[in-house]
Structures are given as C-alpha cells and as structure tokens.
Ligand binder design. Structure first.
Ligand code: GLU
Length: 573
C-alpha cells in the first residue's frame, strides 16, 4: 500500500506535461465504426477531401487521379496541414505490374544554404519559434510536382478536371471546420502574427478567427489552381507563382534566400522502397530523406522476438514498445538524413544487428535513453546525434481504386500553418526547421545538418504492408517525430492483435522518442502510467494529435478507419 501511495505521488508529479505550443492539438474526439466496401475506398482527414477522392474513383479514376483531387481539396479545407506550398512522400501500388514504388516530393534547401543556416549572429543555433515564422524556413515545395509525376505515370483522367472540384469549392466557399477554427486561434500569436495575407484570410475584419461553419471563399487559391490546371506545373516552378513565392519569402522579417534557380532545379525522386520483415509480412515505406520506414521497421524488428499477440495491449506490451522505440530513435538521431548527401549505414534493418539490439531490451525494467548501435557498416559513427524535434502538422490519406491500385501518401507544410507566409491563397512550409539547427557537436558533423539542395530529414511514414507480395494494409499519420510511434503502434494493433483499422487508429497513443514515455491524455493508454512508472519509465501524459488513416485489404473486402482525433472520414463502395 505504501509503495502504491509513493507511486501515486510520483505519478502526480509526472502527469499532464505541457509541451511547447502545438497549433495542431486534439480538440474533439469523434467516435466512429470501421467502414467496409468491396470495390474502392478512400480515407482522408476531411469529409470534403474524401468526397473529392470518392467521386474520382466512382468515375473510374485511378488511385493517382484520386490523390490529385484529394490533395487539392485538403489544401483548401485543411490549409494548416498540407498543400502545394509543402512537401510529401507517396507509396504507390500499381496493380497491372504488381509493383510498389515510392516517391519523394520533399522540400529542398536553397542551393546557397550552408551548415551555418540556422546559426544566429552569436554563432549559436537560433530558437525554433524564431526560425519557423517567415521566409527563412521555407524549402522549395515538392507536393505539386509529386502529384504531377504520379498523374503522368499512373493517371487516367484529365489533369484539369481533377483540380476542378477544389477550384469550385474555393470560389463558392467551404464551411470552416471546428478543428480549423481552433487551430487558427492556436496559431494567432505565433505563425499567423506577422503575416498580413494569412491574417486577412483566416481572421475577420476585427481580427477574430473564423468560427466553425463560417463559409470561407479563397479566390486567390482558385486563381492559382486555375493557372496550374491550364498551364501545368511549369507555371508553378518556372513561372509567375515561383516568382511570387520567392518575393514573399524575401519580404518577411526573417527573410529566406530562395532563388528562381532553386525552383528550376527541383526534382521529384523515385526511391527504392524500404521494407522490414515482421511476422511474415513486409512492412514497406519511405526511405531517406525520411527516417519513417527505417525507424518503424526497427521498432517492429526489435519487438518480433516477443509474443505480443499473447500479451495483448497493456503495460507489459507498451513497456516493450517503449524500449524498442528508444533503441530505434537512437539510431535515427545518429545516422538518418538525406542519403544523397551523407553516407548512411547499409545495415540498419540487418537481421543479426536487430537481433543483437533487441537483446538489450529488459522485459521487466526500463533503461534510460539508449545509445545508437553500430550497424554492420565500416564508417559507422562519424556523426553526432541530431536532437531536433518536429512539431506536429501534416495529413495522411489512403486510397484503393476499383482496379486495385493503391496510394498511401503523407503530406505536410511541417508545423500547423507552416511558415505563416501565404501567397496565391496557400501557405508556405517551414520544412527547413526539420534540419538540425546545430551543424556539429563535439567536433563531429550532424548528419541532418543544412546543406545546399539537401532535403531535411523527415519522420513521415506512409506505409504499405505486403503479404506474399500483395498489399494487405495501407496506413500513415501526421504527428511530427511521433509519427513513427503512431504508425508502429497501429501496425502492432492490426498485425499482432487483429484489431480492425478503426480500433487500431483509435487506441490511446504510447510513444518514446528515446527519453520519457508519453501516454495520450484522456485515453486508455494513460491508465498504464502507474504500471509503466513501476517499471522505471518516466511517464508524461500529453495531448498527442495523430491523423491516422488506414485501409485493410481483405479477401474481397476493404475495411477503413479514420482517426477519431480529426474530422476525416472513410468513403467507399
Ligand atoms: N515535418 C515533419 C516531417 O516531415 C512532419 C510534421 C508533422 O507530421 O506534423 O517529418
């Protein structure tokens, strides 16, 4: 009893840790049941975006066609999270050739940027909030070119027609969602403060955020999309829109150095999928510059020797999950970055390496923060760890079309409302703050330091799980560097515990980014706090906003789930 009392006192000290401000918080919980369909399905973070995708699929469009319509609509109705001012990663399953491809539309640093980009006049790294707001944090956007690539390769419908629903909705107006309204309030004194264009759009004449249900029109966005519909993406990368973006990033108090050369040099890259074996499945995702698939893959491989299915969800399983996460996040911090610029270890998912790392996990007691391992690679450890932490913004959607093509795409302008700089009716990203601000530590370079033309390390983890070479599951989430934990946790829920996608995305979050163990406020996960603390975890109860969307592909049936923490839906037939 005394022990319990002491634990309660300890826990009371640990609960409800306030984090640095988060424009994207969970404001409301929407209870849902899993949705089933037999022909096609879409799950996205906003009903209008899901409907734009559904209409394309109903008209015989491909998953790539649907992705164009969904993204353009998300840009309008969930403008704080993603859009053509940002970057994205997509996994595409092409049914005709039975191949999985992965596409990198990540933002890039200006070619003239160097390792001192985020150092202030005193030579010390600038503070995150000061770096975010204004043009300096803006990387060359990649989302639009990514969509154009997917459409050129896998699309069946006319490009202009796919943009039409978003153009129409921008002209006629759309109802501001409760979450958008609350997010505007959250960003008011932060990245919306110094942006007259953004304030003019998101606030009324008295400077008050638009309330839920207000019909908001966006004629500037309609005009931008009209130009892209008529002239293709050249208009954006080589034309008037590029010039407008560059001018806007230079005119702020925190000016950037982007040039037209940065825009004309931008390229979307097809990369090899990164797949981790897990209980007979192949869990595939996006490789560098994202750390998503490698870190998710490591967590799963580190857990594979434990019988999670027998344990079920609970303190015992979450302890193991947190310990595996510490080890995986330690490797992420030391080794992972844009592999076009740095040498990354080959063996981060090597079976022997993972088995040796897994033996460091004590099933009964928590370790302190983990050290990175030494994967089978000659030059391991030339880098110093990156301690940058991203704040959550971003959106994820999944689509299965009637022909069996599929897309799993995570799309972002980084933090909610990005840099706050708005041009042509859309917000520009602050993705350059995903680089390490410190270029070196103890005389060693940080792998994720800024370099000209480099892509900042991401945590985005769009995932497609294969079984016997065929997709069985699509999933992904926003959530900053906790994306990795959210996705890994949802995978364990579905692959080990047989939860349907709705139950899996709704379960309370547990995350450990190689420090304390975070449990989601107000969820079932929070009830494991005492037991985890007794095992030595430093527990904090937090608002953990994900936006998981998942589709399970069964025998003749599609089962979808949309995160209860956002207003998204699953639609299908
Ligand atoms: N910028 C983050 C990344 O690329 C994503 C931010 C988020 O999900 O909120 O990893």
């Amino acid at each position: 009893m005394r022990k319990l009392l002491i634990l309660l006192v300890l826990l009371a000290g640990a609960v409800r840790a306030e984090e640095a401000r988060q424009p994207e918080e969970t404001h409301a919980i929407i209870t849902r049941q899993a949705v089933t369909a037999s022909r096609y399905m879409v799950a996205a973070a906003h009903p209008q975006a899901a409907e734009a995708g559904r209409a394309v699929l109903a008209a015989g469009g491909s998953a790539a066609d649907a992705a164009v319509a969904i993204q353009m609509m998300l840009n309008l109705v969930e403008p704080q999270s993603s859009g053509i001012g940002g970057g994205a990663f997509a996994l595409y399953w092409d049914a005709a050739t039975a191949t999985l491809s992965t596409w990198d539309g990540r933002e890039t640093a200006p070619l003239a940027a160097g390792p001192d980009y985020w150092l202030g006049p005193d030579g010390a790294p600038v503070k995150w909030p000061e770096a975010v707001v204004g043009g300096r944090s803006v990387g060359v956007p990649g989302t639009l070119m990514l969509l154009e690539h997917l459409h050129a390769r896998f699309g069946r419908m006319q490009w202009a027609g796919l943009l039409a629903p978003a153009i129409r909705a921008a002209e006629l107006g759309f109802p501001v969602s409760a979450r958008l309204s609350a997010s505007i309030t959250g960003a008011l004194e932060f990245n919306l403060a110094a942006s007259p264009e953004a304030r003019a759009y998101f606030l009324d004449a008295d400077g008050v955020p638009w309330p839920e249900g207000h019909i908001l029109t966006n004629p500037d966005f309609a005009e931008t999309l009209g130009l892209i519909a008529a002239g293709g993406i050249a208009e954006f990368y080589n034309g008037a829109t590029a010039a407008k973006i560059i001018a806007a990033t230079r005119m702020t108090d925190n000016p950037g150095i982007l040039t037209t050369g940065d825009f004309t040099a931008y390229q979307v890259r097809e990369r090899p999928p990164v797949c981790a074996p897990y209980r007979g499945y192949q869990v595939c995702g996006m490789g560098p510059p994202s750390s998503g698939a490698l870190t998710v893959g490591q967590i799963l491989m580190l857990l594979e020797r434990f019988d999670l299915a027998a344990m079920g969800p609970g303190a015992e399983a979450w302890h193991l999950f947190a310990e595996a996460s510490k080890l995986a996040y330690a490797d992420r911090a030391l080794y992972m970055a844009d592999s076009d610029f740095i040498d990354m270890p080959e063996g981060l998912l090597n079976r022997d390496y993972m088995a040796a790392r897994s033996r460091l996990i004590d099933p009964g007691a928590a370790h302190g923060p983990a050290e990175a391992g030494t994967p089978p690679w000659d030059e391991a450890r030339i880098y110093a760890p990156d301690t940058t932490q991203e704040r959550p913004g971003t959106s994820h959607f999944v689509v299965v079309d009637a022909a069996g093509n599929m897309i799993s795409m995570t799309t972002t302008i980084e933090t909610g409302f990005g840099s706050g700089v708005m041009v042509g009716g859309f917000l520009l990203n602050n993705e350059l703050t995903d680089f390490s601000f410190a270029p070196e530590q103890d005389g060693k370079p940080v792998a994720n330091r800024v370099e000209g033309g480099k892509r900042p390390r991401s945590s985005m983890a769009p995932t497609i799980v294969l079984k016997d070479g065929r997709p069985v599951l699509l999933v992904g989430s926003p959530g900053g560097s906790r994306i990795i934990a959210y996705v890994a946790q949802a995978l364990v829920a579905m692959l080990d515990w047989g939860m349907d996608p709705q139950a899996a995305v709704d379960q309370g979050h547990v995350a450990n980014r190689n420090g304390g163990t975070d449990l989601e406020e107000g969820s079932d996960a929070a009830s494991y706090g005492l037991a985890l603390q007794a095992m030595g975890h430093e527990v904090a109860i937090r608002n953990m906003n994900s936006g998981l969307h998942a589709i399970w592909i069964g025998d003749g049936v599609l089962v979808g789930g949309a995160d209860k923490r956002r207003e998204g839906v699953v639609l299908g037939e």
